[in-house]
Design a protein around this ligand. Sequence first.
Ligand SMILES: Nc1ncnc2c1ncn2[C@@H]1O[C@H](COP(=O)(O)OP(=O)(O)OP(=O)(O)O)[C@@H](O)[C@H]1O
Ligand SMILES: [Mg+2]
Length: 413
Amino acid sequence: MNIDNLIDIFIDESRENLQVLNIKLLELEKSPENSDAFNEIFRTAHTLKSMAKAVGLKEISELTHNMENLLEFLKNNNKTTAESAINLFLQCADKLEELIGRTVETGSDQGCEGVNELIENLRREINPGPQSFCAATTGIKPGVSEYAMPEKNMHSHRVPGISGQTARINTKSLDTIAHLIEELIINKTNACRLAEKSGSEELSMAINSIGNISEKLREEVLKLRMMPVGQVFNRFPRFVRDLCKELEKDIIFMTEGSEIKIDRAIAEELSELLVHLIKNSIDHGIETCEERIISGKKAKGTLKLAALKENNNILIKVIDDGKGIDTEKTVKKALEKGLIKEKDICGLTDSEILEFLFAPGFSLCEKTTDLSGRGVGMDMVKSKITSLNGNISISSEKNAGTEVFITLPPEIN
Ligand SMILES: Nc1ncnc2c1ncn2[C@@H]1O[C@H](COP(=O)(O)OP(=O)(O)OP(=O)(O)O)[C@@H](O)[C@H]1O
Ligand SMILES: [Mg+2]
């Protein structure tokens, strides 16, 4: 196997490891005494280092080596990992994502900024200067690292790439094979017609059996393209956590039906859609703890991503228990934008009213922030789903929350 093949394998495997790293870091953030999570982080950093070393990716191996050193230091000194230390490790995870992205593009991990600063910060923890922040008693404002790291724009936080679980498949080749099989099936139909014309029963039978084999091949290739939707869902705990910190919300994030299999190509698209919907739930739907308590709700909000199979289709739900969508305000806005006439308002059902949210440029925000207010989110989600031959609908109840339902076909045609 040549080095390019090895790098391909590294990329796939390292993304899986990065997902684990992010998830375990969040677990450790929730319960700093969780030694299983700590050990898993340790193992993952070690695996990443060894894999990167094996394929000559120096930046990645150097960064993970220093992560490992700090983890070892914390372990040997029985230190609890403080939230600010978790933030440093999360920054490392982000940088690793960037370095892996760089490797995908250029075949090398060289040329990303900020790696040395991160390594320096990790080292300083082991040989502390005047201010150490890894022990749990630092008194540093939670969630804020005291190091001068280049400020990361949370909104541009990329949701990590999808990784495979077992087989390493070049998805481009798989698409080519699927395409060739479709061609084969079309050609078989033509050949069948010609065989019938020729009157040769033997020829017809031979062509039919080629047809049957092609169909079986098609099914097998489709199966190879399937992956558990959990691989998409797993991208979001980190995204939700970062957004919650930024917006000062406290949210319990849950997933359901992670084992349901979806087409890899649909998974990529789904991931993009979910970014918009989750952003909406956190920014517009779920209230701050104080607001929730005033409305008689539990202080922590909940956000759930669920997948289920319905007939042959995949149903995805995004459910929040936030303040819901204000239908009166929606109608008012629709009137303002000329989407409906005054005389037609009274016959509208709630679901018809909520359809206005999919109109381009439709937002209920008073002002535009760098997170929301342009009214493109729902419009983009709807157009994407329509192009996939899927469906989307919303149901919402004031003060109780919003549910977005997406139906997707089992495969992209
Ligand atoms: N889960 C939700 N809870 C409450 N309101 C929501 C929810 N999802 C969407 N909305 C409402 O729907 C409107 C339209 O959403 P959309 O994402 O299209 O635009 P936006 O969030 O305002 O701006 P942007 O295009 O920048 O995301 C929002 O302004 C918001 O009022
Ligand atoms: Mg939005």
